[in-house]
Design a protein around this ligand. Structure first.
Ligand code: PBG
Length: 333
């Protein structure tokens, strides 16, 4: 590249290394393997429950015993960690989402059961109030405003009970200003200094979360939208400021979300900070690939692998994805 004269046809033929499979493998710049995945799993109350999610073909809400089986399956595939999210029925939601602070809530019971049965797996917990509020927002709602600082006080408590239940990574997805520093202090004050924080640092107000809101029971519930706290899809410089603040407040790793429409953000963030950077391939991205594949409009397996390796090429260290097990199985073949 420094000397373009060296790269002149016909001495240089860029097709030459593409001619054989062995050579394409040697020349591959990005690699994808099970180590790259955090498997996103939706929990539901009950026993032996695998409840299909209509907008996410192939993904089921899992009761705790089924989630334990999934954890064992993940270990057998070489997947290092699971990210858990709880489904909450509309009737069990409250204005302030108090269930988030119940040490025996679905998330905490699942963490204890999984850690008991499969201690070697990493467990990531979402921190935000949206699975528990009757308005579907990630924070406290007062007179149409999402309260920042009052929400943080609750998120700190939520993070502590999740960490005490056995979660290894606390992943605040709420986008309140200042929550990473507050959560770090709160964890440290309880002696939980080895519990990691993965900040959903640049999280955009996205239509691609649609299927997830069905999955956790927020779909019919959400009042308005999340644009006063999640980022404007038009913005890129602002993502760097979000990431800088979260790293300064003590985040061990940062996440960009959604994934594929924001590959440019992943690259900028990786180049600017060289910090552990993760992508969330969200529910709508999963649904698009599955729906097109079900219609015979594209090759689902190839599209899945291509979408996942694009994150690695863009600079991500790993990917939170609903495809984790399916992709790990495909890569084994
Ligand atoms: C909420 C949260 C969302 C997701 C993870 N945590 C949705 C939202 O902000 O409305 C989305 C995950 C997905 O779409 O797969 N705190």
């Amino acid at each position: 590249m420094n000397n373009p004269a060296l790269a002149r046809y016909p001495a240089t033929r860029l097709r030459r290394p593409r001619m054989a499979g062995w050579s394409r493998r040697l020349f591959a710049e990005a690699r994808l393997g099970p180590d790259d995945f955090i498997w996103a799993i939706i929990l539901i109350e009950g026993q032996n429950v695998r409840e299909p999610i209509a907008a996410m073909p192939g993904v089921c809400r899992l009761s705790i015993d089924e989630a334990v089986k999934a954890a064992k399956h993940a270990v057998s595939l070489g997947i290092p960690a699971l990210a858990l999210f709880p489904y909450t029925d509309a009737n069990d939601r409250t204005p302030k989402g108090e269930e988030a602070l119940n040490p025996d809530n679905l998330m905490c019971r699942a963490a204890r059961a999984i850690k008991d049965a499969v201690p070697e797996i990493g467990l990531m917990a979402d921190v935000a109030l949206d699975p528990y509020t009757d308005h579907g927002h990630d924070g406290l709602l007062q007179d149409g405003e999402i309260l920042n600082d009052q929400t943080i006080d609750i998120l700190v408590q939520q993070a502590i009970i999740e960490a005490q239940a056995g979660f290894d990574i606390i992943a605040p997805s709420d986008m309140m200003d200042g929550r990473i520093g507050a959560i770090r202090n709160g964890l440290d004050a309880k002696g939980l200094h080895n519990v990691q924080i993965m900040a959903y640092a640049a999280k955009y107000a996205s239509a691609f979360y649609g299927p997830y809101r069905e999955a956790i029971g927020s779909a019919g519930v959400l009042k308005g939208d999340k644009r006063t706290y999640q980022m404007d899809p038009a913005n890129s410089d602002e993502a760097l400021r979000e990431v800088a603040m979260d790293l300064a407040e003590g985040a061990d790793s940062i996440m960009i979300k959604p994934g594929m429409p924001y590959l440019d953000i992943i690259r900028r963030v990786k180049d600017a900070f060289q910090a552990p950077t993760f992508a969330f391939q969200v529910s709508g991205e999963y649904a698009m690939i599955k729906a097109a594949a079900q219609n015979g409009w594209l090759d689902g397996e190839r599209a899945m692998i291509e979408s996942l390796i694009s994150f690695k090429r863009a600079g991500a260290n790993g990917i939170v994805t609903y495809f984790a097990a399916e992709a790990a199985e495909a890569l084994q073949r």
